[in-house]
Design a protein around this ligand. Structure first.
Ligand SMILES: [Zn+2]
Length: 253
């Protein structure tokens, strides 16, 4: 295994992390967001997260059904537990008490946590695909993840910006959520055989956490602000758009 290659694996995964920040850029042009757009932004985030979850689930189930299922269940349980803890103890968390709207604060924190956790599995995915020493596979996986990170940054920003976070801060949080990608890609590349069984579990975990968060928080909140017809239309189109986008940039991954 070529040690200088590790640097390239790290840099490739770092590029994917930076790409996530690009997703916040549309908010540079729309600083003021009217209340009814809050639901549309939430619906957009939901559709993107659901489509990303489906892709991860599909990849996980193809390699190991039982491990993927265990991952999904644990992903759900973890987010549900964090959600309950935050609801109960938010005033005790540093910075948590200063938000007048505790629901908003909890949702912002949850989406950053869940999207960061889901990047761990994707970082392992990048490292493992490079580790197979088929550099084309590694490169294709990296490009696929980098490009799908852009709408994921948009999903995070769609939750943060309408709740008062500056667009550039949303961009930084988006990049932060993808930092596990370069951090996990390198060990996964070095110890590819050890990390391989983790993938179906990790993909299932990421999908379970994201789908749960969509239905427990983001989508239910969107339906409070915006008519259900609008929310349903945006979610449907966002799912199709994200899946088509992934298919166009990396067919067959
Ligand atoms: Zn992702």
């Amino acid at each position: 295994m070529d040690s200088s290659y590790v640097v390239w694996v790290f840099l490739a995964a770092l590029v994917t992390a930076v790409a996530t920040g690009v997703g916040a850029l549309p908010f540079f042009f729309t600083r003021e967001i009217a209340a009814h757009w809050l639901g549309v932004a939430g619906a957009l985030a939901s559709g993107i997260m659901l489509a990303a979850s489906f892709s991860l689930l599909y990849a996980g189930l193809q390699s190991h059904i039982a491990l993927s299922l265990v991952g999904v269940v644990l992903g759900m349980v973890l987010v549900a537990a964090v959600d309950r803890l935050l609801a109960r103890y938010s005033a005790l968390v540093p910075g948590g008490g200063q938000f007048t709207n505790q629901t908003d604060w909890r949702q912002m924190l949850l989406i950053v946590v869940v999207m960061t956790v889901h990047s761990i599995a994707e970082g392992v995915g990048i490292g493992v695909s490079f580790g197979k020493l088929e550099s084309t596979l590694g490169l294709v996986t990296t490009i696929a993840i980098a490009v799908h990170n852009i709408p994921e940054g948009l999903a995070i920003s769609s939750v943060l910006v309408p709740r008062g976070v500056a667009w550039w801060k949303a961009a930084l949080w988006s990049v932060f959520s993808s930092l596990p990608q370069p951090l996990m890609a390198v060990p996964a590349y070095w110890f590819v055989e050890a990390f391989k069984p983790f993938l179906p579990f990790g993909f299932g975990f990421a999908a379970g956490a994201m789908i749960w968060l969509v239905f427990s928080e983001i989508l239910t909140d969107a339906l409070e602000d915006t008519p259900s017809e609008t929310v349903a239309s945006v979610v449907t189109l966002a799912i199709v758009g994200m899946l088509a986008f992934q298919l166009v940039i990396a067919p067959g991954t």
